[in-house]
Write a protein that binds this ligand. Structure first.
Ligand code: SDX
Length: 427
């Protein structure tokens, strides 16, 4: 596109080049705006700002479309598995059978943690939130794996990427075991990525653990649904941390910290707590009224999205998965009925219709995770486990971009103008 964007401001007329991607909105390249006009753009929350080029994930919020390297999330959730999607995110193409086997072999052999890290857990209180442990332990990995922290070395980047993807299930499962006072379970390389995680979480040394195939498939699908999501808050955090040259373990720890917030990845825990607090369908109108009340800070957790102004395609898959898990485990938790009726009422309420608020990925995920046996505190840790492949893929994409520079936004200053220091005796 040769078009330019014209700006008239501060008594001057300016032109800025426009760029088109393969899908989605065109952009106005304002890189030279300050140099030309002495002005900044202003976009708190980055509602209209593209921070980078990326070929990993495309979202069309109006249409409820989510593509990973061009493949629709519904097709990947239906036909693929988390290891194959991880390969796709990292390498750009679906793998051949040999490529997938080699990738899985590599990941499987990075699942163990340095044994000293087991002592690291002893420093936490038993009631520490798993996300506090994940932040700490993942950040600490850079103290143990010095042979893969040189980000200028593609081989180091590859090894650290594999280590992060492989070790997250072990770290998350150990956080759960530590909280309930059970011994850590070592990885079992004969199991799938997700089956191994289930055994490390729910297995005990005293007996054989049998992975339930339907649960393994449902959880693997949930990992696919959480793998990546364009430039969301935690991914942008990883990119910004990485832009300074920080090592990948530190960058992913920063992403985990950001994901923990209830407005972001913490919403799955908050959504299930909300559904349990509502308890029965007759209480739903009271909570919908609270969500609509400007003077009440309460929001429907698991509803609304900065980008999706249509149904989050991941929530569609999640709702279907609830039924599969409930049937497989013969669960009959009334919370699912509350969720279904809450969705129905909200989607027929003018407030939610006008503001285009739909269920997002977090609305049903907690119902499934709870049915499988995870406590609510573990929900965001599972989100972090799955999102690690997206963070790592986005980090690699940024670091290997020759034009990459440190991210350094500016501001609109609203503080005091220059004034002289006043000695304390005169204050
Ligand atoms: C994730 O970015 C990503 O891609 C994130 C994610 C990913 O995969 O990485 O998809 C994962 O974080 C999903 C979102 C999980 N969070 C929640 O479910 C928390 C509840 N949702 C909201 O807090 C909110 O919808 C956000 C944070 C998700 C989006 O916030 P925005 O885009 O800044 O929108 P907003 O807060 O400005 O809301 C717009 C309006 C407001 O009303 P007005 O001020 O215009 O009158 O909608 C209202 C809000 O009050 N609103 C809600 C609401 N969400 C927005 N009202 C009631 N309940 C809600 N859930």
């Amino acid at each position: 596109m040769g078009d330019t964007a014209k700006l008239t401001a501060g008594g001057g007329d300016y032109e800025f080049p426009m760029k088109s991607g393969t899908l989605g909105p065109d952009v106005v390249d304002i890189g030279k705006l300050y140099g030309k006009t002495g002005m900044f753009t202003y976009d708190p929350g980055f509602t209209s700002t593209a921070s980078c080029d990326s070929g990993l994930t495309f979202i069309d919020g109006e249409e409820g479309v989510l593509l990973h390297r061009g493949y629709p999330i519904g097709q990947l959730a239906e036909n693929s598995n988390f290891m194959e999607v991880s390969y796709l995110m990292l390498n750009g193409e679906l793998p051949s059978k040999d490529e997938l086997d080699n990738f899985e072999f590599t990941i499987t052999r990075h699942t163990m943690l340095h044994d000293q890290l087991r002592q690291f857990y002893q420093g936490f209180r038993r009631d520490a939130h798993p996300m506090a442990i994940m932040c700490g332990v993942v950040g600490a990995l850079s103290a143990f794996y010095h042979d893969s922290t040189d980000i200028s070395d593609p081989e180091h980047r590859k090894i650290s990427s594999h280590r992060l993807i492989a070790k997250m299930p072990t770290i998350a499962a150990m956080a759960y075991k530590y909280a309930i006072g059970q011994p850590f379970m070592q990885p079992d390389n004969s199991l799938s990525y997700t089956g191994n995680f289930l055994r490390m979480t729910f297995g005990v040394p005293a007996e054989q653990y049998e992975v339930v195939p339907e649960v393994e498939k449902a959880l693997d699908r949930i990992f696919i649904l959480h793998a990546d999501h364009e430039q969301n808050a935690s991914t942008s955090t990883v990119r910004l941390a990485g832009s300074s040259g920080a090592n990948p373990f530190a960058c992913i720890a920063a992403g985990i910290a950001c994901l923990w917030g209830p407005a972001h990845g913490g919403a799955n825990e908050a959504a299930l707590n909300m559904l349990r607090e509502i308890g029965t369908p007759d209480k739903i109108p009271e909570y919908i009224a609270r969500a609509k009340n400007k003077d009440d800070p309460f929001r429907l957790m698991g509803f609304g999205h900065r980008v999706y102004k249509n149904y989050d395609p991941r929530a569609t898959v999640m709702q279907k998965t609830v039924r599969e898990v409930f049937d497989a485990l013969k669960v009959n938790d009334p919370v699912f009925e509350v969720a279904l009726q809450l969705e129905e009422m909200a989607l027929n309420d003018d407030y939610f219709i006008e503001k285009k608020l739909f269920p997002n990925v977090d609305f049903y995920s907690g119902v499934i995770l709870s049915a499988i046996g995870f406590p609510t505190e573990m929900f965001t840790a599972l989100f972090a486990l799955a999102r690690t492949v997206g963070w790592v893929a986005q980090w690699n994409e940024m670091i290997s971009d020759p034009g990459q520079r440190i991210g350094r936004p500016r501001q609109l200053y609203t503080g005091p103008t220059t004034r002289d220091y006043v000695p304390i005796a005169q204050r």
